[in-house]
Design a binder for this molecule. Structure first.
Ligand SMILES: NC(=O)c1ccc[n+]([C@@H]2O[C@H](COP(=O)([O-])OP(=O)(O)OC[C@H]3O[C@@H](n4cnc5c(N)ncnc54)[C@H](O)[C@@H]3O)[C@@H](O)[C@H]2O)c1
Length: 424
């Protein structure tokens, strides 16, 4: 089949490579001319996965994969259109549809009768049918469910291992009509690895809610672990011991506490769910708990040092998670704000970001090779580079706050330092 993938980002490019690898002829559409030119030169525009770098040259040389900046032209020649352009939230966590609206209006101009259109971007419930469908109809003059087929299928993969995850997670599919569901199932059977489970749900709305449910579940579960950690801290109990023991019972799946939850997904998707559901109590409360963990951890540090006024503190890891080169909604920012509010001076270090980036984010860049005195260090992102960090090399250091319960407590204490974990 001829397939258009609209949005050749960290998820869209591996999707295009996957479909082309199964023998489809794929055109990737992206507004970013650099991405399009790089791909058409036969190089992978992203290097997240070794398989992309390996496969793109051959697929392009074979004519199975190419790219265009013209969404409408790519869609005009395609039987299936997969859209994976982001929906984001702003600083106030209001949902911003501008990218997907623009892509939808643009691609609608090229939409042909009989085309199957599948949105894969995580969306609030009902968006495919009631927001994007009418835009496609208006731009094309065609009717959804009659002239073209419209479905939703959430992307559940992780950046860096998309091709692997595509082959091992069931593909959830829901159409706006039974025919759209049937066609979407048939498409994924032909485009994903043989044997991948394709699971048809009753509707596009059910498929939209599935992705919001699985990510909100994780946020709520982490919030519960964080409240357990606060109880444990008050009671002098080690929460990591409690969680390991509780999870030895097969119905208990408690996640891990920490100084907060960052990234594009877990702190974002609950808002896509509950912003339209004012009667929901648990997800908004969980969000507040998780966002409050940075201030809670800084409070522990303040208690241990007496006061943080004028104290130099080092935050290790600006990224939102260990070994990722991305700091979207990172908990490092909550720590920074809570430390500044208590009068501390905040240094930041991250092997994945340069000094200029770290300074722009409001931290004084810190050089571990030429360390200046700080009284406290907080492990925010458990980068591999910090696993064997010799804390004795940091002058003036008295205390280490292990924000991910990832350090070897014995090593920290053997260095003559005080160790505080989250709930330990
Ligand atoms: N990143 C993840 O870990 C992840 C995981 C699961 C699902 N998802 C879903 O995938 C979506 C995309 O994520 P990503 O990481 O690939 O984002 P990304 O920012 O890497 O890529 C998005 C691409 O869309 C392009 N784009 C923007 N407007 C466009 C338009 N009008 N026409 C064509 N292209 C346009 C951008 O230039 C960019 O290349 C997310 O919003 C999310 O719903 C992401």
């Amino acid at each position: 089949m001829k397939v258009a993938v609209v949005g050749l980002g960290h998820i869209g490019l591996p999707l295009a490579v996957q479909y082309a690898s199964r023998g489809h002829t794929v055109v990737g559409c992206d507004v970013d001319a650099r991405i399009v030119e790089t791909l058409n030169r036969g190089q992978s525009p992203h290097e997240d996965e070794a398989a992309l770098v390996e496969r793109v040259p051959q697929l392009v040389a074979d004519g199975r994969l190419r790219a265009t900046t013209d969404d409408a032209a790519g869609v005009r020649e395609s039987e299936v259109v997969v859209i994976i352009v982001p929906v984001v939230v702003d600083e106030a966590r209001r949902v911003d549809f501008s990218h997907i609206d623009a892509a939808t209006r643009e691609l609608a101009r090229g939409l042909q009768p009989g085309t199957l259109v599948i949105y894969e971007t995580t969306l609030p419930i009902g968006t495919t049918r009631t927001r994007l469908g009418p835009m496609l109809e208006e731009g094309s003059g065609l009717r959804a469910g009659e002239d073209f087929h419209l479905a939703f299928s959430p992307e559940r993969v992780l950046v860096g291992r998309v091709l692997l995850d595509l082959a091992r997670y069931p593909k959830i599919v829901g159409g706006t009509t039974e025919e759209a569901t049937r066609r979407a199932v048939a498409f994924y059977e032909s485009a994903l690895e043989p044997g991948t489970e394709i699971r048809a749900l009753a509707s596009a709305e059910a498929a939209e809610m599935t992705k919001l449910a699985e990510t909100t579940y994780r946020d709520v579960n982490i919030a519960l672990a964080n409240e357990f950690a606060q109880v444990a801290a008050r009671r002098g109990i080690d929460v990591t011991e409690i969680i390991a023991a509780a999870n030895s019972q097969p119905y208990s799946h408690i996640h891990q506490p920490g100084v907060g939850v960052g990234g594009h997904c877990i702190p974002v998707y609950p808002h896509l769910l509950f912003s339209a559901e004012p009667d929901m109590h648990i997800p908004p409360a969980a969000r507040a708990v998780n966002d409050g963990m940075a201030a809670f951890a800084v409070g522990l540090l303040g208690d241990a040092l007496g006061s943080l006024a004028g104290v130099d503190v080092l935050v290790l890891g600006i990224g939102y998670r260990g070994d990722v080169h991305e700091d979207f909604f990172s908990s490092a920012f909550g720590l920074r704000d809570a430390l500044v509010a208590r009068g501390a001076r905040v240094f930041g270090h991250d092997p994945y970001f340069d000094d200029e980036h770290i300074r722009r984010r409001g931290f004084e860049p810190y050089d571990l090779a030429a360390p200046v005195p700080v009284r406290a260090a907080i492990l925010q992102a458990a980068h591999g580079a910090y696993r064997d960090l010799d804390f004795r090399a940091i002058p003036g250091l008295e205390i280490v706050l292990d924000g991910r319960n990832a350090l070897d407590r014995g090593r920290v204490e053997a260095a003559g330092l005080r160790y505080i974990g989250v709930g330990r």
